[in-house]
Design a protein around this ligand. Structure first.
Ligand SMILES: Nc1ncnc2c1ncn2[C@@H]1O[C@H](COP(=O)(O)OP(=O)(O)OP(=O)(O)O)[C@@H](O)[C@H]1O
Ligand SMILES: [Mg+2]
Length: 197
């Protein structure tokens, strides 16, 4: 069984993309957000940040158990998606895909979701700083890791790239981490102050 981790800032499309991949290659999905809420693996609700604080000490063993169950079955591909999926122990990870999105497009997607301005800004700041990618880099993860700029891509074309990167073998050059740098683009256009105060 191959495990594909899909991470990225909220709004980058992890859930939409994962669902579509599972239709194409018959993959199972573990959605860390959904699991946290449905199994009540939360420590508290952070009102200020409008988000649940995850109890990783409960979530991770539960996920490990699920992985073992899928492994014993005839699951070929398992997708684990969530913006904190760097919490998954490396021994289970075959590929890491980080979905990225430029600040302007991310703003539109999060606004459409009804997020308040403070929450939108917080997420955009995390995206500009590349937090989700950095979490994996800090762990010095050895599994292949790729970044995809989803800003101008349809869900279908993102799905195709992920399948190409994991199931088939394409030239990975364009998807290696370090090529996406929103901070540099904003800085060139003198726009950093729009997102940081
Ligand atoms: N490539 C895309 N093009 C246009 N819209 C997109 C794209 N990807 C996602 N969206 C839209 O952005 C919104 C967020 O997508 P989705 O729920 O898949 O993100 P997510 O990464 O799973 O977020 P979260 O971490 O909060 O669960 C949805 O309304 C979705 O339709
Ligand atoms: Mg999601």
């Amino acid at each position: 069984m191959k495990i594909i981790i899909i991470s990225g800032t909220p709004g980058c499309g992890k859930t939409s993309v994962s669902k579509k991949i599972s239709e194409k290659i018959k993959a199972e999905i573990i959605s860390l957000n959904e699991l946290t809420v449905s199994e009540n693996f939360t420590l508290k609700y952070d009102k200020k940040r409008e988000t649940h604080v995850v109890d990783l000490s409960k979530l991770i063993p539960y996920v490990e158990n699920l992985i073992e169950l899928y492994n014993k079955g005839n699951t070929e591909f398992l997708i684990i998606e969530g913006h904190f999926s760097d919490a998954i122990p490396e021994k289970y990870i075959d590929y890491v895909i980080i979905l990225r999105c430029n600040p302007d497009e991310l703003y539109k997607r999060l606004e459409k979701r009804g997020y308040k301005i403070k929450k939108i800004r917080e997420n955009i700041q995390a995206e500009i700083l590349g937090n989700c990618t950095n979490f994996f880099i800090q762990k010095q993860i050895k599994s292949p890791m790729y970044e995809i700029d989803t800003s101008n891509l349809t869900i279908d074309s993102i799905v195709k790239i992920i399948i190409d990167l994991t199931v088939k073998t394409i030239n990975v050059e364009n998807f290696l981490p370090g090529k996406i740098d929103w901070l540099e683009i904003l800085s060139q256009n003198d726009r950093i102050n729009e997102f940081f105060d």
